[in-house]
Design a protein around this ligand. Sequence first.
Ligand code: C5P
Length: 400
Amino acid sequence: MLLKGTHILLGVTGSIAAYKAASLVRLFVKAGAEVQVVMTPSAAEFITPLTLSTLSKHPVHTSVIDGDSWNNHVELGLWADVMIVAPLTATTLGKMAHGICDSVVVATYLSARCPVMIAPAMDLDMWQHPATQANIDLLKSYGNHLIPVGDGVLASGLSGPGRMAEPEDILKAVEQILKQKQELAGKKVIVTSGPTYEALDPVRFIGNHSTGKMGAAISEQLAQRGAEVIHISGPNAVLPTQDGITIINVKSAQQMHDAATQQFADSDAAILAAAVADFRPETTADQKIKKKPGQNEMSINLVKTPDIAAALGQAKTDKQILVGFALETQNEIENATKKLHKKNLDFIVLNSMADKGAGFGHDTNKVTIIDREESVTPYPLQSKKAVAADIVDCLVRYLI
Ligand code: C5P
């Protein structure tokens, strides 16, 4: 179940062991992972991209440029939770070790921020050559993980070390790496996400444009790192799909408050990404409000909703970590810092409204994290998944 929902990027290079890439993709897909494949042109001589695209249900890229369109290897590198190069030839090994970016496999490798695993495959003398071993040492020094070669009969007829690890062993090695990343195992974290709807009557409400994409990305990131996640979502929001996430659906700020305060007592942290309405109609009509003949105006009296962040900030013990968001249009850093102290947060994530591609509805976001010591860390415009990883990295530093 560890692999369910995990994004696996498989790089295939030109060794006879490339035929085993089909079994590998199959195993990953069967385990619930989402798989994308990049190949070198020589790998495509051993196994067709069509075979791997059919099994992975994604297009397979063999070049940085397909026809007249550019394959975004940067995006693929960021999409991946783990990249595996299997089989890895001596040629691509050398290129990865020295940053020689002449294939989509190496381009993606250089862009990947996730753990990278390599399963080399070559003949025994090639494997034992000091150049190969020096390149393996270089990759290890970059933090890449070696899946050891097998010992046995090789395609050349010789016998010895150099065979690619069997697909089942590669699967086990991937599971092992994902387990190691589970720094939040045993921690319970609440995430609030999406908008709240404040009912005027049975059919109308006051709400906002929050899509819940940021909150869903945070919950998925937390679950991938082993946390037990309670995802409290407002209506019509994007929901996380990873295992290990309990979803509580709410509508109003009051309901979100009640769920969050109830769950917080035995939680280790809360990340408050919801766009909570600050005010709600004072009364909610039982029946649909009808306009009266000749009526040209109507006013609605609004009253304050509970501030969930402030309530949790008050209830918080020294061991609990509270993270809030701020969306400011002026004096951004100053206002976000004030909010951090006022609500007793441990750090606050300031959303930029000024940058194109950031904020509501976009798949990208640009944030600045401010902590209690008022140190300010700006991040670049990046996918919401990458932003979620930065936020969770920051949380891990507090919790562990
Ligand atoms: O005060 P403001 O709405 O700008 O604060 C934003 C932060 O406070 C966010 O983390 C938001 O989820 C949280 N908040 C809340 N309950 C409210 C209003 C905001 O939890 N009623």
